[in-house]
Design a protein around this ligand. Structure first.
Ligand code: NAD
Ligand code: TYD
Length: 352
């Protein structure tokens, strides 16, 4: 493995993955980050990379749906490994405007697979990063395993399901050396504040309402982003070609309990605002249409076959995350003000 193409490396998990690769693994090859820098892609997520990145990190500002750009990058950088994160990733946006989800998540994945097909001679691995949401919703009991039938509820999860099927089909039909991982909800540094945890942290700090959908009884299985990155790297190195691995945090929490916990941590860590306790800010709002009730992952396969397990407890991971948002007010201010969008336009033109 000498030249890894990371798509969506300027987003939340992609940026954490590149940082992990550079600072915590013995990977010594080149990292090519292809990112369109949509609203969710932020070059600041990769600012201040350490000296080990010098000459090894390359940024390509491009759309994965642009076949010519993908071809150029493959050839210019002799790509032999792909880790595919790039996606539209927010369920609520997919309900309002599904178009971009179909384009990036399905067509974009297809374009990458087609390019991979032209390079089977040197391609060692095409790793597709996916979600547990492809399996649909669980009731009070049970877990998603790799054998659970797909049953997606939102345009987001349907588009990810479609991309998973394409990736698997390219393995069976063209023998592309793929692996797929389906992971539960992530949290950690650099997450865009439209997702539950960073939204609640930042609204809580700013004494703004904390909108909880429905009755707050929906359950998610939370995983610290570094543990997801470790799992992906483990699968890329040692996972069996053509296989799917589920990744979960063994950390099921109903939304209302999670928000209440965040309120308590903020009350402890942040100087008092007008609203104390912060739980006074919790506001129940209309439920999300098609809101999946519960996600819970069975990661037995990953644990037994590849000896991975989550390292961060929710208690340590969530405190580290709250601290990160407190320690990075400039990042937060720019993401919230849209100033980084101006920076993008100045540096990359209107396409940014
Ligand atoms: P994100 O929205 O934070 O980042 C997505 C990145 O992809 C951004 O940098 C964006 O600019 C880039 N991108 C979007 N469209 C593009 C295009 N057409 N061409 C090139 N780049 C494009 O998402 P995330 O939370 O980091 O998720 C990354 C991947 O992990 C996604 O595939 C998602 O489905 C999957 N996933 C996420 C979670 C989670 O909890 N966030 C859980 C499981 C799986
Ligand atoms: P989210 O972070 O959007 O992830 P996903 O929908 O992919 O699981 O939402 C996590 C849970 O939190 C989900 O059950 C919806 C709920 N939620 C709220 O209650 N309020 C909010 O403002 C948001 C963004 C999510």
């Amino acid at each position: 493995m000498k030249n890894i193409l990371v798509t969506g490396g300027s987003g939340f998990i992609g940026a954490n993955f590149i940082r992990y690769l550079l600072s915590e693994t013995d990977y010594s090859g080149r990292i090519v980050n292809m990112d369109l820098l949509t609203y969710a892609g932020n070059p600041e997520n990769l600012s201040g990379l350490d000296a080990s990145a010098q000459g090894r990190y390359v940024f390509v500002h491009a759309d994965i749906c642009d076949a010519a750009a993908v071809k150029n990058a493959f050839e210019a950088y002799e790509i032999d490994t792909i880790c595919h994160f790039a996606a539209e990733s927010h369920v609520d946006r997919s309900i309002v405007a599904p178009d971009a989800f179909v384009n990036t998540n399905i067509v974009g994945t297809f374009i990458l697979l087609e390019e991979a097909r032209r390079h089977t001679d040197r391609l060692q691995r095409f790793h597709h990063v996916s979600t547990d949401e492809v399996y649909g919703s669980l009731g009070k009991e049970g877990f998603f395993s790799e054998e659970t039938p797909y049953d997606p509820s939102s345009p987001y999860s349907a588009s990810k399901a479609a991309s998973d099927h394409l990736v698997r089909a390219y393995h069976r039909t063209y023998n592309i050396p793929v692996t797929i991982s389906n992971c539960s909800n992530n949290y950690g540094p650099y997450q865009f504040p439209e997702k539950l945890i960073p939204l609640m942290i930042l609204n809580g700090i700013a004494d703004k309402p904390l909108p909880v959908y429905g009755k707050g009884i929906n359950v998610r299985d939370w995983l610290f982003v570094r543990d997801h990155c470790r799992a992906i790297w483990t699968i890329i190195q040692n996972g069996r070609t053509g296989e799917t691995y589920n990744i979960g945090g063994e950390c099921e929490i109903p939304n209302i309990t999670l928000v209440q916990t965040l309120c308590d941590i903020l009350d402890e860590m942040v100087p008092p605002g007008q609203n104390r306790p912060r739980s006074n800010l919790i506001t129940f709002v209309n439920d999300r249409p098609g809101h999946d009730f519960r996600y819970a992952i069975d990661s037995t396969k990953l644990k037994t076959e590849l000896h991975w397990k989550p390292e961060a407890s929710f208690e340590t991971g969530i405190r580290q995350t709250v601290q990160w948002y407190l320690d990075n007010p400039d990042w937060v201010a720019r993401v919230q003000s849209g100033e980084y969008r101006k920076w993008l336009t100045e540096n990359y033109g209107e396409r940014g």
